[in-house]
Design a binder for this molecule. Structure first.
Ligand SMILES: [Zn+2]
Length: 265
């Protein structure tokens, strides 16, 4: 049997609380060698050997978030070298629609620095580049090829390779007025930790748009996602990050959230 993941979780990655409870877990036992198998018992062992990879999950009784357990820390090594597409993504219209609907209405006239965190194909950065309001455009992604692509495709954009879970923003990276963190919070291992880090990267009065996969029962299962946060989980993350919620909507299977770092008084 092959289970997905390489690192057991002992506490909730969203709110940090313990205990957590198994939601879908494989019972493991240790047996001493030699193991003797005979007769019909062999059939039972065959049933315990599915060909597909088994994903296991735990649930947090406090914030009701669901998360892979064990999680797969090793995927980051693959993510760092993930290949980037050569040209534009095929669904540029969908990016534009998201941008216009969920981000554009929250830009304040005085904003001038935008950060696309975990930018992936950097399509939101490219769309933002078409607006005159942004004098500085910043982007990060864990994938080095994606960052190289962003630098090449989008002259003037400052892009860095960065693992948001484990690495800090370099001091030379300016603070942002608006942060886009789209389709990424479900991929990081510690979303509350990452959102806190992003909130600190905002100027006072700055805003962040982020989304996270929800546990809505109507969703198709996406087992490779690390986290399925609940409404309580979203609130926990915002509180831990010191962000004020401006918008929280469940849309097309994921939460879309806009939040603000309180202005200095
Ligand atoms: Zn929790």
């Amino acid at each position: 049997m092959k289970t997905h993941g390489d690192t057991p979780r002992r506490k909730c990655p969203v709110c940090g609380s313990t205990p957590i409870e198994p939601l879908w877990a494989i019972p493991f036992s240790t047996v001493q060698d030699p193991v003797l198998i005979s007769g019909a018992n062999t059939w039972d062992l065959v049933l315990l050997d599915p060909e597909a990879t088994v994903y296991c999950y735990s649930i947090c009784p406090r914030c009701q978030s669901i998360f892979q357990n064990p999680c797969f820390v090793g995927y980051k090594l693959k993510a760092k070298i993930a290949e980037a597409p050569q040209g534009l993504p095929s669904n540029t219209a969908a990016y534009r629609e998201n941008f216009d609907r969920w981000m554009l209405p929250w830009f304040l006239p005085e904003y001038s620095v935008l950060l696309d965190a975990a930018c992936g194909v950097a399509e939101y950065t490219r769309i933002a580049q078409g607006l005159s309001q942004w004098s500085t455009l910043l982007a990060t992604d864990i994938s080095v090829p994606h960052v190289q692509r962003a630098r090449k495709l989008l002259p003037g954009v400052e892009a860095w390779s960065m693992d948001l879970d484990d690495e800090e923003f370099r001091p030379e990276i300016p603070k942002a007025d608006f942060i886009v963190f789209a389709e990424a919070a479900e991929h990081v291992l510690r979303p509350a930790h990452v959102l806190h880090k992003l909130a600190n990267q905002l100027n006072p009065g700055g805003r962040i748009y982020w989304s996270i996969q929800s546990v809505d029962g109507r969703l198709p299962v996406r087992p490779r996602e690390c986290i399925y946060a609940s409404r309580q989980g979203v609130t926990e993350i915002l509180n831990a990050a010191g962000l004020k919620e401006l918008l929280c909507e469940l849309d097309v299977g994921r939460f879309r959230i806009v939040a603000e770092r309180p202005p200095k008084d």
